[in-house]
Design a protein around this ligand. Structure first.
Ligand SMILES: O=C(O)[C@H](O)COP(=O)(O)O
Length: 229
């Protein structure tokens, strides 16, 4: 039996301001830093240790990983960053206030954009300054890999190669793994590991800064999962 720990980053400043974030590189709030440190203390208290960490290229996840590992005195372990673990790309919604968007388009539409695996948020134009093609950190991505919008299924499609080639590969080598990522990149992964239907994943919400432990069998089937609280 192998254990895998998934951790959504701590509260960000845009979580606090209730704004659609996606690939926008916003920082952690003071509470977010505390959540990350608390996650590390909890993991340590419960006897967890890690050989390797995986995170996104967004500072709220990178800093959560760092703060969590610091609390565990594990800052020395290798941490690999990948754009594939980034938050779902929220298209033209990025930067907008969730309540204001609900007032304009209705609660039901906003709920679909936020939770339905098939619904696309409105796309951005490649000339928009929010298009990742303008950001040096994504310069190695192909035209097809650079999103204009993304639904949850597409998020899963880009997370999957990283899951197979890096996360699963490390677990196979008996390494203890922590993945620090985002609400929706983790929802897509949980949908895959738990074989959730689109209906079931619509109900799924992952809290910030709370370690989610997966116990997996040799075929990466879930034995059980639980939050450490
Ligand atoms: O990108 C965001 O806005 C958040 O990280 C997750 O947002 P959601 O709860 O609207 O999916």
């Amino acid at each position: 039996m192998e254990k895998l720990v998934l951790l959504r980053h701590g509260q960000s400043v845009w979580n606090l301001e209730n704004r659609f974030t996606g690939w926008t590189d916003v920082d952690l709030s003071a509470e977010g830093i505390q959540q990350a440190a608390h996650a590390g203390e909890l993991l340590k208290k419960n006897g967890y240790t890690f050989d390797i960490g995986f995170t996104s290229v967004l500072k709220r996840a990178i800093k959560t990983m760092h703060t969590t590992l610091e609390a565990m005195d594990l800052l020395w372990i290798p941490v690999q960053k990948s754009w594939r673990l980034n938050e779902r790309f929220y298209g033209a919604l990025q930067g907008l206030n969730k309540e204001e968007v609900a007032a304009q388009y209705g609660e039901e539409q906003v709920l679909k954009w936020r939770r339905s695996p098939q619904e696309h948020p409105p796309a951005i134009d490649p000339n928009d300054s929010r298009f990742p093609g303008h950001d040096i950190r994504y310069q190695h991505l192909t035209h097809r890999e650079l999103p204009l919008t993304e639904n949850l299924s597409e998020t899963l499609t880009r997370v999957m190669p990283f899951w197979t080639e890096h996360i699963m590969a490390s677990i196979r080598k008996q390494q203890k793994v922590i993945v620090c990522a985002h609400g929706n990149s983790l929802r897509s992964l949980v949908q895959y590991i738990d074989h959730l239907s689109d209906e079931e994943v619509t109900q799924l919400d992952i809290p910030t800064g709370v370690p989610l432990v997966y116990e997996l069998d040799d075929n990466f089937n879930r034995i059980r999962h639980y939050y450490l609280e």
